[in-house]
Write a protein that binds this ligand. Structure first.
Ligand code: SAM
Ligand code: FES
Length: 374
């Protein structure tokens, strides 16, 4: 599916853009102004194709043709927050709420382990029922039953003490998208009860506790400008996350942003390539949202530099209820075997799904440039 940039396409790109891409590929670093210029140049075809070629080559150097899988367990759709974009926000009275029991979650892990998963991602809304005690017990059981597996948490903001207790209980990684690195934009996506400073501080606390940390943002979220995206990239350049989740914003009818346009495949893929080049070893998922806006979105994301897929391991009966956005894929009966489906999809583009914890591979360049959070 991937093709080399043709001479004609390259000619359609300004010399300045080509030089930016060459510099990014060589130095894995661009200044704030250069990042903005690159965002503004995209996702023009020629620039996107050249970026994709370079990102693909870099990813193959570090990870070969291997794609890591993470078993996603959506353990609760109760949420105390009211993010304006999210379908499971507190104010959505039509959302049919559920919460998996510890036994159900362990059953997902057992099933996932047999399918070859060695990372479980426990994701959910900010649900006070999951106290530190309950989560410590759950993480302890997973670690006892599956000692060779990594546990990733994606449960939103918690106190520093809570993050520490969960780390002590055995959690290895934490995904907390920063959502946007611009305070005013953050405030336009969230109610006053949520704080940009707390979001960013949480990421630094997680890193200081020894978690492998993931940040990320939605592409095309309402009000997002080229300047906001450049700030996101600058944050990623400086923070050097272990993981970075980006996917298109997709509207959900029962939210204040229900009539806003979705983010695009082209822009998401363009940004995936830039992020690969900025943080060479980063674990970069081709997200479900990308697969939702395009039938082969995840394949295109992998070809543009991503190296992780996150099949859904949640019980089929609850999948439709974890509806963050409209038409989310992998929620019907056919999806009980997401892993098999994704393995076939990856094979179709020459990639192989691996059974491995899939820890981040830190390159020397990345280690040198990690300037924040130490
Ligand atoms: N509560 C946890 C948190 O806030 O990190 C994890 C669950 S939250 C639903 C996971 C991610 O879904 C968010 O970080 C957000 O970027 C993404 N998301 C929510 N609504 C979305 C939408 N309408 N379109 C695309 N992505 C969305
Ligand atoms: Fe879920 Fe294909 S990846 S059904």
């Amino acid at each position: 599916m991937r093709r080399m940039t043709t001479e004609k396409e390259q000619m359609g790109m300004s010399q300045a853009t080509r030089e930016l891409i060459e510099k990014l590929d060589r130095d894995h670093w661009l200044s704030d102004e250069e990042l903005l210029a690159l965002v503004k140049a995209g996702p023009a075809k020629a620039a996107a194709a050249l970026l994709e070629e370079k990102a693909d080559r870099l990813r193959r150097t570090i990870y070969g043709n291997q794609v890591y899988v993470r078993g996603l367990i959506e353990m609760t759709n109760y949420c105390k927050n009211d993010c304006y974009y999210c379908g499971i926000r507190r104010s959505n009275r039509d959302c049919d709420r559920y919460r998996l029991t510890e036994e159900q979650i362990l059953a997902c892990c057992r099933e996932g382990y047999e399918l070859g998963f060695r990372t479980f991602v426990l994701q959910g809304g900010e649900d006070a029922w999951f106290t530190d005690e309950r989560l410590e017990a759950l993480i302890g059981e997973i670690k006892k039953g599956f000692p060779d597996c990594a546990v990733t948490l994606s449960l939103g903001e918690r106190s520093a003490e809570s993050f520490e207790r969960l780390r002590q209980a055995g959690a290895d990684r934490y995904l907390l998208r920063h959502e946007t690195a611009t305070k005013s934009h953050y405030e336009s996506l969230h109610p006053e009860t949520m704080s940009f400073e707390n979001r960013m501080a949480s990421l630094r606390i997680l890193r200081s506790l020894g978690y492998q940390v993931g940040c990320g943002f939605m592409v095309g979220s309402p009000g997002q400008t080229a300047e906001h995206l450049a700030a996101d990239l600058a944050f990623i350049r400086d923070f050097q996350p272990d993981m970075c989740g980006i996917g298109p914003f997709i509207p959900h009818h029962a939210t204040p942003f229900g009539n806003e346009p979705a983010g695009t495949l082209e822009q998401t893929v363009y940004l995936l390539s830039i992020i690969r080049l900025l943080v060479p070893g980063v674990l970069l998922p081709a997200t479900t949202a990308l697969g939702t806006i395009d039938p082969v979105g995840r394949e295109k994301g992998i070809l543009a530099g991503a190296n992780v897929v996150m099949p859904n391991l949640s019980p089929v009966a609850v999948r439709k209820k974890y509806e963050l956005y409209e038409n989310k894929i992998c929620t019907g009966e056919e999806s009980a075997q997401c892993r098999g489906c994704l393995a076939g999809r990856m094979a179709s583009i020459g990639f192989e799904i691996v059974t491995d914890r899939g820890d981040v591979k830190r390159t020397q360049a990345a280690c040198r440039k990690q300037t924040v959070g130490k």
